[in-house]
Design a protein around this ligand. Sequence first.
Ligand code: ADP
Ligand code: MG
Length: 486
Amino acid sequence: MSDGMGERVSDAIVPGWEVVIGLEVHAELATATKLFSTARNEFGGDPNTNVDPVSLGLPGSLPVLNEKAVELAIRVGLALDCEIGRSVFARKNYFYPDMPKDFQISQYELPINGRGHLELPDGRTVGIERAHLEEDTGKSTHVGGGGRIHEAGHSLVDYNRAGVPLIEIVGAPDLRGPEDARAYVAELRAILVAIGASDGKMEEGSMRVDCNVSVRREGAAEFGTRCEIKNINSLRSLGRAIEYEARRQVDLIEAGEAVQQQTRHWNEDEGRTHTLRSKEEAYDYRYFPEPDLVPVDPSDEWIDEIRATLPALPRERRHRLAEAAGVDTAAAALTVERGMDDLAVDAIAAGADAARVLVHVDNNLADGAGRLTADAFAALVAMEVGGDLTATQAKTVLADLVASGGDPAAHAATHGFEAMDTGELESLVDRLIADHPDDWAGFVGGDDKERKKKSGFFVGQVMKATQGQADGRIVNELLERRAAGG
Ligand code: ADP
Ligand code: MG
């Protein structure tokens, strides 16, 4: 999420136009059993092995609410700073072959979680309108004709997913481009995983995104008419779908036509959206309160108990590291995303230079910290900053510490890394300047590009002469000093 957050990318799509995006994210809750029955909630089983009378919608079966699902929904509400309150289940009536009851039990007027918000890595907040509980549907497979229902010879249905608990998180239309949308989904996923509410796996369908997109001329006060895009399965598709859809809407308006409110389908292979249904064809779900379930009214004590078990959230961890390191939250995001922030904060607390710590964590600890401790990390950085180790040597010692732990000074000694005597280095630099007068003239009198090139040349010569023992930073300082007449 460090890639360009904070920029308003909407400009890049169509100049003069602003894209407005609001996302509806469905996440499967990580319960052992389904929302209203004891059938297992498990991905990847043989078809129709995790079923029971309730998830098959058999006549006479009755739903019994899964307390764990309610707890996980409350965890989501707490993590998103939502107003949590009394909620009522409702029947949402529509026909679909993978939904045997012909209605879905959802929440409508009274969701378990009301308004809240989410903070992006760059510190901007996005409103949450609601986050309610509902059951998932089963899954149809259309056989033949490329998997589309209208070309299929026959269809198969698997009810393993029917009745799996979902949380639907409805975001406010606060996002302004593909980068915003991707950052929002990535943050939401990180939160859901951190609090143990969901595994957040988009590729297994346990996190699914419906994307509402509209466009308006820059500076316009009113939102434009939106289209809702379904079937987005990855962060990459999300960005592509938004770009395509925004261009399509701008083209329509610029051609003098109006955007029709529609539900559209994203076709990943074709790279375009197409109409599923228009507003006129929208379902009338005829919601009414589910008569087989009582309202859910969690007590303040229970909510407090759940709150006490929440881990530090990505947002809090970014703020903690940002404060310790003296950087902004966006600069702390990658370290937190990779789960290295505790190490970084502890190393900084042990006295390490914060900038060097972040550089090492983000660039030189790609495979994790291994046996590196915060104290050894701090000692290593101190040696590097104090000039006892060059950046290259520090990297080598860091790899040793990751592999086998121990003390950085001992590893440095094993490699024969010794700080070069500054006096020695100075006379070497002076000798090189005398031996290469043309290069030196280029360094002293050249433009920025030339100067950079020549500094590279001299540092290279020094490294060659010292077998890499010298510190490039100090060589550069010496060159600058000599060029200034010092
Ligand atoms: P519905 O109940 O028909 O789904 P909502 O008002 O609840 O409509 O909005 C659903 C989603 O659409 C929300 O995520 C919201 O942020 C988004 N949305 C609403 N208006 C717009 C708009 N003009 N442009 C983009 N997204 C929008
Ligand atoms: Mg909706």
